[in-house]
Ligand binder design. Structure first.
Ligand code: GLO
Ligand code: MG
Length: 433
């Protein structure tokens, strides 16, 4: 038991008119939306690294937070875990996610790291059994330690590949032991700084083999969760190989993994890649690789991956709309890969950042559900393509250019431009918010 959050009450649903800071106005986990409990629709998760491991540093200054669990020992790691589970209880958070390096002390060798990870995994397992909290996904941190400065799977040094592969094995083991519903790979250092020292073709092959080996191992031990790649265009490397959803799909096809691996899409990463969040979700859905989301936005001016908690209902509504079109989450969920601003020092800040984000997501999801149930947006979209339902239009796609040209001439086809009605559709969307 940790007393870090000692004076903070449990956050519970109190309705939209509540004036309390420590209450949900929109998130009632038991409310039925589109035939399911809201908790089961949204599947919220806390990201262990930002909330419990990050110390508040930025490129210009070090730690700003003082937490009783900071330090590199097993006692601190357990205090950290107990505090984290205390936060999950206060918030009613059903899931969490972690990297190995967030949860265990950093050892001198692979063997020490693995021993420490096993000990903390057993500790988690007990806490999960006691509280009912579940693991949305586990992952390996293959980017913070200096050994990974030139990549993990894509490193020019085969010993680094070996260390990274062994680490992934240990993290898949931990995820499997804890009943994790997904396993994530984000290629933080899988990219390059300059082509002058980089063999891009070779590095891409290494990344492909690495992913195949991870998938093979996970299936061999009976892990049934989804394996997810998290695209990001740059930062920390200048150019990352998993740039965006389209790039990841090409990569998966190349290595025959497009039916084995899906994507974990992060809002901030989509923006960095020059896309909207909903674009990336919609594309993944159409390609059959939509898995899960990291719900954290960037600052729109700074151009950095600032990992802020979501605060805009209209933005998240459009994202959830695309997820509803995909049939909702299956093994995926809404992970808050978000951190406090470094001046937000208080335990209350950590709780209320999550509570506010959960409320924003609940309000956005319910707006998306209204849009979906009402069906007018989809009807307008279908009407726009209705011409394609005619037998002539369908036959055209199976025919050849000569037949098409003959028909255009014979029927005197002269297309009449029609309005795309964007503003009217935007007006319609605003009525659900
Ligand atoms: C960083 C990423 C990172 C991943 C995590 C999961 O930009 O968002 O936090 O989500 O490593 O693999
Ligand atoms: Mg992320």
């Amino acid at each position: 038991m940790s007393d870090f959050f000692k004076d903070i009450p449990e956050i519970r649903f109190a309705g939209p008119d509540s004036d309390s800071e420590f209450a949900y106005r929109h998130y009632d986990p038991d409310e039925t939306v589109l035939g399911k409990r809201l908790e089961d629709q949204l599947r919220f998760a806390v990201a262990y690294w930002h909330s419990f491991a990050w110390e508040g540093g930025d490129p210009f200054g070090g730690a700003t937070f003082e937490r009783p669990w900071f330090g590199n020992g097993m006692a601190q790691a357990k205090l950290k875990a107990d505090t984290a589970f205390e936060m999950f209880r206060i918030l009613g958070q059903p899931y969490f996610c972690f990297h190995d390096a967030d949860v265990r002390p950093e050892g001198e060798s692979f063997a020490e790291n693995t021993r420490a990870l096993r000990e903390i995994t057993d500790h988690f397992q007990k806490k999960m059994e006691e509280t009912g909290t579940r693991l949305l996904w586990g992952t390996a941190n293959l980017f913070s330690h200096r050994r990974y400065m030139a990549g993990a799977a894509t490193n020019p040094d085969p010993d680094v590949y070996a260390f990274a592969a062994a680490t992934v094995k240990s993290c898949i083991d931990a995820t499997h032991q804890l009943g994790g519903e997904n396993y994530v790979l984000w290629g933080g250092r899988e990219g390059y700084e300059t082509l002058l020292n980089t063999d891009m073709g070779r590095e891409r092959q290494q990344a492909g083999r690495f992913l195949c080996q991870a998938v093979e191992y996970a299936r061999k031990i009976g892990f049934e969760g989804t394996i997810l790649i998290e695209p990001k265009p740059q930062e920390p490397t200048k150019h990352q190989y998993d740039y965006d959803v389209a790039t990841v799909y090409g990569f998966l096809k190349d290595f025959g993994l497009e039916r084995e691996v899906k994507v974990n899409i992060e809002q901030g990463h989509a923006i960095l890649a020059g896309h909207s969040f909903e674009h990336e979700i919609a594309l993944a859905r159409e390609l059959g690789i939509f898995g899960s989301i990291d719900m954290n936005r960037n600052d729109y001016q700074s151009g950095w991956d600032t990992d802020q908690f979501p605060s805009s209902v209209p933005e998240v509504a459009l994202a959830y709309y695309e997820i509803l079109k995909a049939g909702g989450f299956t093994t995926g969920g809404t992970n808050f890969d978000a951190k406090l601003r470094r001046q937000s020092l208080d335990p209350e800040d950590l709780i209320l950042a999550h509570a506010g984000a959960m409320d924003v997501c609940a309000a956005g999801f319910k707006a998306a559900a209204r849009m979906w149930e009402d069906g007018r947006l989809e009807a307008a979209r279908e009407a726009r393509y209705a011409g394609w339902d005619t037998p002539q239009a369908k036959a055209m796609l199976d025919g050849d250019l000569e037949a098409i040209a003959a028909r255009v001439e014979a029927e005197g086809i002269a297309p009449a431009p029609r309005s795309g009605r964007q503003e009217r559709l935007e007006n319609l969307v605003n009525r659900y918010l």
